[in-house]
Design a protein. Structure first.
Length: 68
């Protein structure tokens, strides 16, 4: 005699596997983890501050504000 199987169990297992596959696809498609985003934003901010610190003054040295 054949063994009795529960089709609901197999249906639910397949549904869960499909959801896991879709979730992996969405993670790859839509972004990174929160920590990765924060780390990248911190690095971007550090680079911006470093660049601003190395910049030249905007005033022209030949055209000073003091009277001649």
């Amino acid at each position: 005699m054949a063994e009795v199987i529960n089709l609901n169990h197999f249906r639910k297992v397949k549904l869960k596997a499909d959801k896991d596959t879709q979730a992996a696809y969405n993670r790859a498609r839509h972004g990174r983890r929160k920590g990765d985003r924060a780390r990248q934003e911190d690095e971007k901010q550090r680079r911006r501050q470093d660049l601003e610190g190395r910049g030249l003054d905007e005033r022209d040295p030949d055209n000073s504000d003091e009277p001649a």
